[in-house]
Design a protein around this ligand. Structure first.
Ligand SMILES: Nc1ncnc2c1ncn2[C@@H]1O[C@H](COP(=O)(O)OP(=O)(O)OP(=O)(O)O)[C@@H](O)[C@H]1O
Ligand SMILES: [Mg+2]
Length: 292
């Protein structure tokens, strides 16, 4: 894939220095653990902290971001990949001004894009640079899809698990694959549907012990969301719980996670070449050259 490498190298070279846009991928080993709810509500919580946020729906499953928000997009990522639109043109305004890039349906195979499509997508991403403080990417579960490139290219990865053993085991599998591909990946664990803060903490401690021992890596504790019946109620109203039930325990937990992200962002961004969309291009470039 000399061509891909060439395109990426050129774009990396042309990037403006000091991009402040930070990319956070939200993923999980097992499906249905709360990624989309976290992505949407975290985006809104970051907006409430004064941040500019875009949300890219890279999940082609059924529980799409647009369904959760009750929006009916005319154009989606599929139109971007076909070259009919750029990312700016598919932006939909959600609650509190959240900018959503809907996923649509179709095969989102970044690894298999031809040079022309890749160049188009990257130029399109480039145009977003600097417009947002955070770009959140809601991914599909597991690493079977090409969305892995986005997971590995993000500044920060939030791995979501519930407290169920199957979900924790699958989170471990996910983390293992991510660390094998990038041992320096910045991974935070979010424990969803916890019955107490102590239970969430203990899930993280147990998982991190195994990660340290067998993978020689590390996973930070990104926070927890308590099990809260308001989440389901908000989903059936097609409203984010932060908007429908701002004082619910789930909302308070997500506000806490958002605060943690904003407070620690400068620790994560040690090197400007490694952060933001510039970092994303750098890492995509490394991926496309080391893979072959
Ligand atoms: N904190 C919570 N308390 C109670 N229920 C929750 C909580 N978080 C999520 N749920 C329930 O889990 C369901 C699935 O959530 P969501 O669609 O966000 O998961 P997902 O990981 O994005 O799923 P998929 O892998 O299919 O994309 C929600 O519709 C809701 O009913
Ligand atoms: Mg989802």
């Amino acid at each position: 894939m000399k061509d891909q490498a060439y395109v990426l190298r050129r774009l990396v070279k042309n990037r403006d220095r000091g991009s402040k846009t930070r990319i956070i991928a939200i993923t999980s080993g097992k499906g249905g653990v709360g990624k989309t709810n976290l992505s949407v509500n975290l985006g809104l919580a970051l907006i409430n902290l004064g941040q500019k946020v875009a949300l890219l729906d890279a999940d082609l499953g059924l529980a799409n971001v647009d369904m959760l928000l009750g929006i009916f997009p005319e154009y989606t990522l599929t139109n971007v990949l076909k070259g009919e639109k750029n990312l700016n043109q598919i932006l939909q305004t959600g609650p509190l001004g959240l900018q959503v890039m809907p996923g649509g349906s179709g095969v989102f195979e970044l690894a298999n894009l031809n040079q022309f499509t890749l160049e188009r997508l990257i130029h399109s991403l480039e145009n977003l640079d600097g417009q947002f403080d955070y770009v959140l990417i809601d991914t599909s579960p597991g690493l079977g899809s090409a969305v892995i490139n986005f997971i590995l290219a993000a500044d920060q990865v939030l791995v979501v698990t519930t407290t169920e053993p199957t979900s924790i085991t699958d989170a471990y599998g996910q983390i293992k694959t991510i660390l094998q591909r990038n041992p320096d990946c910045n991974i935070h664990l979010i424990v969803n549907q916890a019955s107490s803060p102590a239970q969430a903490q203990s899930v993280w401690e147990r998982l991190n012990t195994v990660v340290q021992r067998f993978l020689r890596g590390n996973v930070q504790f990104g926070g927890y969301i308590l099990a809260d019946h308001r989440v389901k109620q908000a989903v059936s109203q097609q409203k984010p719980f932060i908007v429908a039930y701002p004082n619910s325990s789930a909302s308070r937990c997500v506000n806490q996670i958002a605060k943690g992200i904003v407070d620690t962002q400068f620790e994560i961004a040690k090197d400007e070449n490694e952060s933001g969309l510039k970092g994303l291009f750098n890492r995509l470039f490394q991926l496309s050259t080391t893979k072959r």
